[in-house]
Ligand binder design. Sequence first.
Ligand code: GDP
Ligand code: PGA
Ligand code: MN
Length: 611
Amino acid sequence: MTAVAIPGLEKAPTTHSGVLSWVREVAELTTPDRVVWVDGSDEEAERINAELVEAGTFVPLKAKPNSYWAASDPSDVARVEERTFICSERESDAGPTNNWMDPERMKATMTELYRGCMRGRTMYVIPFCMGPLGADDPKLGIEITDFAYVVASMRVMTRMGRAALDKFIAPDGTEREFVPALHSVGKPLEPGEKDVPWPCNDTKYISHFPESRTIWSYGSGYGGNSLLGKKCYSLRIASVMARDEGWLAEHMLILKLISPENKAYYVAAAFPSACGKTNLAMLQPTIPGWRAETLGDDIAWMRFGSDGRLYAVNPEFGFFGVAPGTDDHTNPNAMKTIEKGNTVFTNVALTDDGDVWWEGMSSRPEHLTSWKGEDWTPADGEAGEPAAHPNSRYCTPMSQCPILAPEWDDPQGVPISAILFGGRRATTVPLVNEARDWQHGVFMGATMSSEKTAAAAGKVGEVRRDPMAMLPFLGYHVGDYFQHWLEIGKHADNAQLPKIFYVNWFRRGDDRRFLWPGFSENSRVLKWIIERIEGKASAQETPVGFVPKAEDLDLDGLEEPLADIQAALDVDPEEWRQEIPLIEEWFDKIGRDKVPSALLDELEAMKQRLG
Ligand code: GDP
Ligand code: PGA
Ligand code: MN
């Protein structure tokens, strides 16, 4: 094939042969009008934002500096799990929880979709690094995309551009490995055709090739489907790297808690999408003397340090948070972060004076432009039409967070003292429950469940098993993943391993109200957790783990009725007995031969204890 002249293609600011050949190959397949090598500079960002405004994708906000409102196509608002594929060479390696397609067949199918798909568009080449640039072994990637919105968002969410590209050649001159991540909205433009503000395609594929550490995404602009450094790389591909290399890539926030004695503790917590990670990560404790700082709100990479402790690093650089429900009361630190500007808002409502609004903010304007771009008044809200989409998002730089921990960019990471698993359960699961040991904690994580939220397309509210909050993010067989967790536990002695807890902020009373106030008040639960680690707090042994009595928690100044707190903490053996067939069903789905025997033992032991 003779080389095609595509403007910009030759301007590569690197000599990395793998990058050069892959970018050329993609350009020749997708035939964009031009290629832009993204350098991450301020001038470039200004130019791209201006182009997005010109295209109608971005509306500049008057009320916040350098911030923009974007509305997606109404069909492209969340991750699409049924269109997400793990294309491992063997189907059995993807396991029963992932969609699988033979990698050759997927590549053939998608190659035809990609052929000419960038016609009339600009192809952006984004070098990025997940995790601190100063790491000995920086985790690199190149995202190719034809959507400028992705460039603007990747700038917030990752360390990218020139600084990342510099890492592609190691100090000794060798070319480092990188994850090639290809994204297209799948909407070529014919000559003279006018573009739409949010191009996308009804045909969508979010495909991962675990053996070759490659990502191919097509048809969607939504963050989880298009910002490929996030869920696709840092969870699905990284979980496979972690399995092979003996570490953990997890769907976890990282929080630093500082006690009144000025002792720092680091906590990692895995909750499914839209179940409270970002809120807990920016916690504003209500109990006197305690402080919290943020290190990450979505993803933690954890590996053992030379001292035998598990150290966590956040691979991301920004927050991609759920907007609805965020306000000065629930998450003041998120509000302060976005107030500083440099934020992209997607599918929230727009106020008449050029600010953003969403459900859960205290003031409610009399008129808004809804996420659908329509006039909206409170009457529409009463009729059940939200102004902001329930999965609307803010994309904002971590560096603007007022409670950012000073060590957030340290490649060493931070030593984790406690791991929390949590879901959204109206019944059964108590507010907090401490595992008996690592193996029991892995069982808790492996069998945790949650009601489905708007973060993924599908029926909201349905209870499903979501192991370690990784159900949609695992790059390999879930049974092997459980085995990997058990192996990690054998690596260190029990005293150095984080203690594991299972929390539920979402238990409800008979009248459907939440029994626990949640948000900043979750600091009371964290205080108990730290005191358990220090051997200071009491708990009751129940058939499912160690659960505090109401008097074991610091409830000073809490207005909620004691009966509600007690109900939130209740372990009802009858409710738990009803949980057993669901766990059995889950293990059957995985395949009894693939569930580690240690977890089958844990289930038997729990059954025995429940009688
Ligand atoms: P993430 O997607 O896991 O990061 O979840 P977020 O922190 O963005 O929260 C998702 C939704 O859960 C938002 O609507 C929050 O207001 C709500 N939420 C978060 N924490 C709590 C809590 O402690 N209690 C209750 N009732 N709701 C919460
Ligand atoms: P999150 O997920 O809700 O866990 O932040 C982001 C997403 O839906 O892609
Ligand atoms: Mn979040």
